[in-house]
Each structure stands twice: as structure tokens, then as C-alpha cells.
Design a protein around this ligand. Sequence first.
Ligand code: 13P
Length: 256
Amino acid sequence: MRKKIVAGNWKMNKTYSEAVPLMYEIKDLLWKSKKAESVIKIIVPPYLYIHDFYETAKGLKNLFVGGQNCAYEESGAYTGEVSASMLKSVGANYIIIGHSERRSFFKETNAELKKKTDITLKQGLTPIFCIGETKEKREANEHFNVVETQISESLFHLSTEEFQKCVLAYEPVWAIGTGLTATSAQAQEMHHYIRSLIEKKYSKPVSDNISILYGGSCNEKNAAELFACPDVDGGLIGGAALKAKEFVEIIHSIPQ
Ligand code: 13P
């Protein structure tokens, strides 16, 4: 059974005094919601707030905390970096790897992302591995190739057992923070394509069981249509995850 997941990537937003009440607001709304119970909900705040949020999230069914990135080495003289084991030690269960903002602003390569995935899995954490094409690549009709390269260079060295532990997130770069959501047909087409790559590399049961999230201007208005696509298993939400009511409405858009 594929897991239904909604993750909120807070990116570099909210000071501590803004973040704590927002986390409580989300938790309070989730407490009251029967509908949200079965959905896996992941809050991915800046590193600094992970431990607090982990404590706050405790006791609420299927509510987890994650990191937005991790170092590609396990420990050592890497000033400013945060390791997967440190994230685990403060309560993170998930780590976003390969977000397009990491790839573009911080020049993260498929080879580095491969190392980050390995380290995340080694710690027993779940990578939420992001893939997606730029506007230029889509216009040049190269979007399928881009996604295939991202997946094959960073993930296809994994054993079946390891690969099954990953979550994927298709986030077309042109849709992130732009208000330009992929249509449900575009999302479904790419998610289906990703599943076909996985089937070819691993097997049909593996491709059938992996969760693939959609991200990119997903909000409370368009979530239901996107999540209704047969190959879309939830969302990785940016801007709309910073408003408690909207975020919980997105969670409620997962088909029951
Ligand atoms: P937006 O929802 O703000 O477009 O961001 C999506 C995203 O990048 C989530 O990781």
C-alpha cells in the first residue's frame, strides 16, 4: 500500500517566535481532525526548530518532523554543515534531498545527492528525494530526460530494499513559488513516467508501492485535483505550508 503523505517545507522562513505558535496552530487543527489521522504529515522547519517541533508533535498520530537538507559526509571538519545523524538525534524522521533550490543556489550535483541519500538511509531516516525540470528544459521537451538522469544518477545504485525506503517528490522548477501549478494531467504524466522507470529498474511491485509527491504552487484550492491523480500520493508544500488553516485543508484534500 502506498503511503499518502503531505509534507510542509518551511524553507528559510519564520523566526523562532513566529515558528512556535504556527506549529501549535497546525497541531491544534490536526488534533481536531479525524480525516487527517491516516495521512502521514511531515513538518520540515529550519534545522534550529526541529527538536522543539519534535516534542510538540509527539502523541499526534502520523505527525513527523524532517530536515531540509543534510551534509554528504557523516561528521568532521565541515563548518556550517549538519549531518543526518545529528538530525536523527533531535527527532527528524525524514530529510529532503535534492530540492531544486539546493541544486540551483548551492550547486548540488547528482553525485553529492547520491551520497546524501546513502547517509540518510544509513541513519534509518527516509529521504524525500526531489526531482524536476526547469522551464527551459520543459519547453525544449527534455523534461523526461532530466528527471530520468536525476533519478538514475542519484538513486538507481540502491538495492531494492533501500530504494523501497525512499519517497520521491516531483517538483517542476517552473512551478515552485511561481503560482504556476502543473496541471493535473502534467503531474500525472510525469508521475506515471517515473513509475515506469522504477518498474524497469526494479519491479512492478516496487514501482506500485513507492510514494511520489507533487510539489510546486500546490495549495488548498488545487490540491484535491492533483491528489486525485492515480500516481500522485500527496504533496510537498512550500508557501501554503506556512498558513495553518491552508496546510490542514491541503491535508484534508487527500482522497479517503
Ligand atoms: P511552493 O509550494 O511555495 O511553490 O514550494 C514548493 C516547494 O518547493 C516545496 O518543497
